[in-house]
Write a protein that binds this ligand. Structure first.
Ligand code: F6R
Length: 261
């Protein structure tokens, strides 16, 4: 896993946008994996700015979101489908229908999960997956205890995740849904490149486990240690519990510029 520690979200957004831009140059019909939440917002802002400046286009690209709350009404502003549309998809030039998400309103949930796995596979798999990380070490909504071999399925959100996400629901934890559909850990592991963003002190413990801890379903993000191409983009606060922090900084400083992430 490559660990890159940068000054702030803006620098992180810019570096991730470089990687996405270079992917789209090589492969205009690339498949992007899109996370919601606050961590990737600077990436989406940077991509939208580059699109406005005609520096990047998503016209042939496709996208798959990671997860969706179960049971939120179709017009609820916090449905992840609506959120990703607002913060990213509607600001660039994806073709209509090119970005899909799991169907949190499906009557037949297992069938909707299988259909989602099939859709990702039929699109050729995810080329570049953007991820955040929960304070409890979840990626997508694979909460602690998730099978490391899991595929898209329904999960119960932990109380910690509902507390963390209450800020999007007027601070009221009871308004945060209890369940979600989420890509599994095995689904995410099939992405060709994973860019994980973590910002702030509240993520430091999860980041420590992600990078330096034992692989365990108790800290689901640790499965990424088995992935051949993961880039963890961190600010100083998120990196502050890393034991080998000086080594990671030195490694990135001495990396040839042409190498990218
Ligand atoms: C969102 C998702 C979650 C978030 C995580 C961190 O689609 O899958 O795993 O990435 O909860 O959320 P933020 O970035 O808001 O701290």
């Amino acid at each position: 896993m490559e660990v890159v520690i940068l000054r702030d979200a803006k620098e992180i957004g810019s570096l991730a946008a470089d990687a996405i831009g270079s992917l789209l140059e090589r492969k205009p019909a690339a498949v992007l994996g899109l996370a919601t939440g606050s961590s990737p917002l600077a990436i989406y802002d940077e991509l939208a700015a580059r699109y406005s400046a005609s520096l990047i286009s998503f016209r042939q690209a496709r996208g798959f979101t990671l997860d969706e709350y179960v049971g939120l009404p179709a017009d609820h502003p916090e449905r992840y489908w609506k959120v990703i549309d607002k913060v990213f998809v509607s600001r660039v030039d994806f073709a209509s229908g090119a970005v899909e998400g799991p169907d949190g309103l499906a009557v037949d949930i297992p069938a909707a999960c299988t259909a989602y796995e099939n859709a990702i596979r039929e699109a050729g798999g995810v080329d570049l997956q953007i991820l955040g990380i929960g304070t409890d070490g979840h990626i997508a909504f694979n909460e602690p205890g998730s099978s490391l071999a899991s595929r898209t399925r329904i999960k119960t959100l932990t109380r910690q995740t509902r507390i963390d996400n209450a800020r999007f629901f007027g601070g009221d934890i009871e308004s945060v849904p209890t369940h979600c559909l989420t890509q599994g850990l095995a689904t995410i592991m099939e992405a060709r490149h994973v860019i994980l963003v973590a910002l702030g002190r509240s993520k430091a413990e999860a980041v420590h486990h992600l990078v330096e801890g034992a692989v365990s379903s108790l800290w689901p993000a640790t499965i990424l240690q088995h992935h051949p191409h993961v880039t963890a983009l961190l600010d100083d606060a998120a990196a502050h519990r890393l034991q080998l922090v000086d080594y990671y900084r030195e490694t990135y400083r001495s990396k040839p510029e042409w190498q990218g992430i």
